[in-house]
Ligand binder design. Structure first.
Ligand code: IVH
Length: 686
């Protein structure tokens, strides 16, 4: 009987700490627990514990291993990174050549494929397994006695590069097979390493923020990340893997591809969750159609489906051509690039005021969607691609649905219009246009209706305050009718103001007002993200909320403090500081609070001791330039201090603004420390 790794855990976890042998037991238990949770999370997609609990298990294991270095093993979950950088990647001969697939796009070709299979097998009905064709890079993984011993890239199909240490950093890849259903002594599997679209975009943001060049697409990002000489770099890259073929199994392999996938999943390997067993080629075609519809909602890029004859004996009978199996085919999606003509170039104004040139196109269908507009991103991009009104262009739709112009197609003998230039004045409000490198922006701020509408839509959006029913159309009505001139006005809306609006009846009015009420309790990260500060999206908002805990702490942090946080660079910190320096922004935040908006905050506690201002009392006198009194009070309180109204000999500090009152004299008389506003800021930021 194989030792049952995951399903026979000791009922009670051994206690932490203690002697080396009890440490060993605890380490063993933690490793098994972590592997089990990895499996539940990555393979079953059914986590049983929160990220926080997982992190705690992981931290405890790391700490125990640091205390007992002799107990560290290479397959411990903590050892996913640790190998020293290499001079070059070694070479590996694959167990069996890594073949490619014939591909087709047309319906007629898939029907012909089915006919060919039936003819060659002399069978009337064939079952197929159909799964996504992942768009990444393929790898071979070898497990000996259940342990991952080698992983390699495809290379030339016969010899690939050894990327074992890099593959070990991929969290969805088990370093150890689950031993529940007796995995074979030897297993070679093939899978695809890729990057999810969100992760890809976030990675590119980080990379460009550092001043490095972005990856062109998720596939390049995955390949660049996996083929690193330093696995520490790979470990920071959000790679995932899905396995789709067993290339060699020392035991009797399962009878069908479907069962083989299930066996791989039983052993803990991630397999395609989107897959279907089809009894006829018509079912294959229907699945293809469904998947194509889903394509833009999938979190990763796929460029089609792979159709495989399910039964292994039939696969064997069909055999291979020189470079591809006869029993499988890549059934690709229609290309997402088409040719059309630029009818006009207009400039749209975004919620942060950025002016974006947009090409209006002769409508064209690209991968099943009709496209009539495509972003040209910015002035530099228009110049680089040299796109002008009247040009013939190739339009493409990337995985994230935003259509873009891939390139201009020169037409011999065409006479072209003048190059495009950005306007001097905002096309919406007429304010002057400012410029930052390639970016042009309207200086009208919330006075520009386009920015105001954008800001409100963003504030109400799902990722931010999540106010249902406050979409583009309603926001436009509210702004155009003069009912909403800033974010706080949303919370001043009344039934009588809404009822006369087009599309508003009793019920929809109640629903919207309720939704607005419900948004009044909001987490700090959502609120921050909702403010629409340039460069502060969901990810950065989360980081800030986690690091600072309260809005005030973020509002009053200076650039140096902000940049001390991982992932916050000079651009983000400058953007935050300039946003919160703006009076009108601070006023709106104050108004939101006094209208009942409650931001769920968590004052950051300092594990090394009490809060920095604990036990200190402050008195303010005179006007402050950078803070309202309320803000200053909250800042002191979040750091453990207190604010009182009169000076006594117990007062720690008197903070003096302009036109101070008698409290300053009082302070001098009692010998209490007097702080200027700047000194107060320094104290708070210390
Ligand atoms: S099966 C012997 N299944 O597509 C058959 N390949 O053009 C081997 N790919 O290099 C391939 N998803 O990297 C198979 N579900 C899937 C796949 C898949 C992506 C890649 C693979 C291969 C390329 C073939």
């Amino acid at each position: 009987m194989p030792h049952d790794l995951f399903d026979n855990l000791p009922a009670d976890p051994p206690p932490s700490g203690g002697t080396s042998s009890s440490a060993m037991k605890r380490i063993d238990w933690l490793r098994q627990e972590i592997r089990r949770h990895d499996y539940l999370y990555y393979v079953k997609d059914r986590p049983e514990i929160s990220d926080g609990e997982y992190d705690r298990l992981f931290r405890e294991l790391s700490e125990l291993e640091s205390a007992h270095p002799d107990l560290v093993t290479v397959d411990s979950p903590t050892q996913r990174v640790g190998a020293p950088p290499l001079d070059e990647l070694g070479k590996v001969r694959h167990e069996r050549p890594m073949l490619s697939l014939d591909s087709i796009v047309d319906l007629a070709d898939v029907l012909a494929f089915d006919q060919r299979m039936k003819r060659e097998l002399e069978i009337q009905q064939i079952e197929y397994t159909v799964e996504p064709k992942f768009d990444g890079l393929s790898v071979e993984l070898v497990y000996e006695q259940g342990r991952l011993v080698r992983g390699s890239t495809r290379g030339d199909g016969t010899i690939g590069e050894d990327v074992t240490v890099n593959l070990r950093t991929i969290r969805s890849l088990p370093l150890h097979l689950r031993l529940v259903s007796s995995p074979p002594a030897h297993l070679a599997v093939r899978g695809e390493v890729y990057m999810k679209l969100d992760d890809f975009h976030a990675l590119n943001r980080t990379i460009t923020e550092r001043g490095d060049e972005a990856f062109a697409n998720p596939r390049n990002a995955a390949a660049g990340s996996l083929r690193q000489l330093d696995s520490h770099i790979t470990a920071t890259r959000p790679l995932v893997i899905t396995c789709y073929e067993a290339m060699a199994i020392s035991d009797e392999p399962p009878d069908s591809h479907w069962d083989e996938l299930e066996a791989l999943a039983d052993w803990g390997l991630p397999i395609p969750s989107h897959r279907r067993r089809c009894q006829t080629i018509e079912e294959v075609i229907a699945f293809h159609r469904e998947t194509e519809q889903l394509r833009d909602d999938l979190p990763y890029e796929i460029d089609g489906l792979v159709v495989k004859v399910n039964r292994r004996d039939w696969q064997e009978q069909l055999g291979f051509k020189s470079r591809s199996p006869r029993w499988a085919i890549a059934f690709k999606f229609a290309p997402r690039k088409e040719i059309t003509v630029v009818q006009d170039i207009v400039v749209s104004v975004g919620r942060t005021g950025t002016l974006t040139p947009v090409a209006l196109l002769r409508p064209v269908e690209v991968g099943g969607v009709t496209i009539s507009r495509a972003t040209l991103h910015n002035a530099d991009e228009v110049a680089r691609k040299d796109i002008r009104v009247g040009d013939t262009v190739k339009v493409e739709r990337a995985g994230d649905v935003i259509p873009a112009i891939a390139e201009r197609i020169p037409v011999p003998g065409e006479s072209r219009s003048d190059p495009f230039t950005m306007p001097d004045h905002c096309p919406v409000c007429g304010s002057a246009v400012g410029r930052e490198g390639a970016y042009y922006y309207c200086t009208g701020q919330a006075g520009c209706v386009a920015q105001l509408k954008g800001a409100i839509e963003h504030f109400a959006s799902k990722q931010a305050l999540n106010i249902e029913g406050l979409g583009k159309k309603t926001v436009a009505q509210l702004v155009d009718q003069g009912l909403v001139n800033n974010l706080a006005d949303l919370y001043r809306l009344t039934r009588n103001q809404l009822l006369p609006l087009e599309g508003f009846a009793e019920k929809s009015t109640t629903l919207l007002l309720d939704a607005i009420q419900q948004s009044k309790n909001v987490s700090l990260d959502r609120f921050l993200m909702g403010l629409g500060i340039r460069q502060v999206g969901q990810h950065i908002a989360k980081i800030l909320a986690k690091e600072f805990g309260t809005l005030d702490a973020i509002m009053y942090a200076d650039e140096a403090r902000l940049q001390a946080v991982k992932e916050i660079g000079p651009e983000i910190s400058a953007s935050l500081v300039s946003y919160f320096r703006e009076d009108s922004n601070r006023r709106v935040i104050d108004q939101l609070r006094s209208l009942g908006l409650v931001i769920e905050e968590r004052p950051v506690s300092y594990s090394t001791g009490p809060l920095p201002l604990a036990g200190k009392t402050f008195v303010f006198t005179g006007g402050l330039d950078g803070y309202s009194r309320d803000d200053a009070k909250r800042l002191v309180e979040t750091q453990g201090g207190a604010v009182t109204s009169s000076v006594s000999k117990h007062t720690s500090y008197v903070v003096v603004g302009h036109d101070p009152g008698s409290k300053l004299d009082q302070a001098k008389k009692l010998g209490v420390t007097v702080l200027s506003e700047q000194e107060f800021t320094d104290l708070i930021n210390r």
